[in-house]
Design a protein around this ligand. Structure first.
Ligand code: SF4
Ligand code: SF4
Length: 61
């Protein structure tokens, strides 16, 4: 089964820096605003090739 990479378990593990979105060559990551107005990355599984570059670039990992 295809498991997409997990950018964060909880929102306090993401500062919304958009580094993951910038680095994704597949354009698989979009930033989505939550109810408090903070942007969090969401991975589109259809575009994701599971290269995990987004995980490597994340300053929280
Ligand atoms: S694993 Fe690769 S393709 Fe998938 S969202 Fe991350 S950078 Fe993009
Ligand atoms: S790189 Fe990490 S901290 Fe930055 S937006 Fe992506 S998941 Fe959040």
């Amino acid at each position: 089964m295809f498991n997409k990479p997990k950018l964060y378990e909880n929102r306090d593990e993401c500062c919304g820096c958009t580094a993951c979105q910038s680095v994704c060559r597949q354009n698989a990551i979009i930033m989505v605003e939550d109810e408090e107005g903070f942007d969090y990355p969401i991975i589109n599984e259809k575009n994701c090739i599971n290269c995990c570059v987004c995980i490597k670039v994340c300053p929280f990992k």
